[in-house]
Design a protein around this ligand. Structure first.
Ligand SMILES: [Zn+2]
Length: 336
């Protein structure tokens, strides 16, 4: 199989499920230009009016915000309060069973304190988490399939239970990850009673923008603490909440030939912070690396051995695009 990369950003083409490309350019890059034709000011005005219109005056909260505590959560909350007239929001956080990072703990605590918000810390049934994670790891090498579905469905269920009309989420993943040309405002799970809105469809989403907003609120990066010097990643401010969770991303490298380094480096190209050549070098140097602490935390949490982990990874490795190097690590054939 010939391995092709996007001519504009360097992202591997034809392996990410549902990701589209045209003439050798990924849809994420094409969507970057589409962002320029969206009237963001108009969408922002619309949202302020929409919140006012849908506010349920018999309910204490205007909206639910599903929060990880990460930079995007901070940016959403900040804008809802400072730009869109939200008076009270209910934060809903999901903890997985992995070890939280010190930065993640700080950020979640800081987010609630900053605007003095109610926060539900939702812990999904721990034994179910372990069983489901183990099952989808062994059967599909898609370990966090179950918890990710919970992350999407639970904020809606909680909003419905409290009669809260609106739920906010961050970026619109279909648009940002090149599956759709439309930057839809409403999440497809929206229903009559509860609407789910992507803030990334109201304010043009970028990592740098989210980080700037979040840092104004006291957001801290991994490097501000010393519990986790993360490997297999080129930033210290995305997906930093818990350690074992990183395995979900790394398994994508094994199946599709990309993980967080590709995602972030290519985004930085689109955001003007890196050249395509710099991104390709970073991808070559570190996208294959499995963070040792994340692997340890993952195996311990779901109760499997490192040998079981490695054997499962070998079984699912995409041999069309990957090959083992001299150190026994799976690497992309085209980047060796
Ligand atoms: Zn691209």
């Amino acid at each position: 199989m010939e391995i092709k990369v996007c001519k504009a950003c360097g992202f591997i083409l034809d392996t990410r499920p549902n990701m589209k490309s045209e003439n050798g350019i990924c849809l994420s890059c094409l969507n970057k230009d589409r962002k320029n034709s969206i009237d963001w000011k108009e969408r922002q005005k619309w949202l302020t009016a929409y919140i006012e219109k849908t506010r349920n005056r018999n309910v204490e909260w205007d909206c639910v915000v599903g929060v990880s505590g990460g930079k995007d959560s901070c940016a959403i909350v900040k804008r809802l309060f400072e730009c869109h007239g939200v008076k009270k929001a209910l934060l809903v956080h999901f903890c997985d069973e992995f070890t939280p990072s010190l930065a993640g703990l700080h950020n979640l605590d800081n987010l609630a304190k900053k605007y003095n918000l109610d926060l539900i810390n939702f812990r999904c049934a721990p034994q179910t988490f372990v069983e489901e994670t183990k099952k989808s790891f062994f059967e599909e090498l898609h370990p966090l399939k179950w918890i990710e579905s919970q992350l999407y469905s639970k904020p809606l269920e909680i909003a419905a239970a409290f009669n809260i009309p609106l739920v906010f989420m961050g970026e619109n993943p279909a648009f940002e990850y090149g599956e759709s040309e439309e930057c839809e405002i409403f999440h497809p799970a929206s229903n009559e009673k509860t609407k789910v809105i992507f803030m990334g469809s109201i304010w043009p989403y970028s990592n740098i923008d989210s980080l700037e907003q979040a840092e104004k609120m006291g957001f801290k990066q991994l490097s501000d603490f010393d519990d986790w010097q993360r490997q297999g990643s080129i930033d210290d401010f995305t997906q930093i909440d818990s350690k074992g969770y990183m395995i979900q991303h790394w398994t994508k490298f094994i199946k599709f030939g990309f993980q967080r380094v590709s995602d972030m480096a290519c985004r930085f190209v689109r955001e003007g912070k890196l050249t395509k050549e710099q991104a390709l070098q970073l991808i070559k140097d570190s996208d294959y690396i499995c963070d040792p602490l994340a692997k340890k935390d993952f195996c311990r949490t779901i109760g499997i051995t490192v040998q079981e982990f490695d054997e499962t990874v070998d079984k699912f490795a995409n041999k069309d695009i990957l090959v083992k190097d001299a150190n026994g690590k799976w690497r992309r054939k085209d980047l060796l």
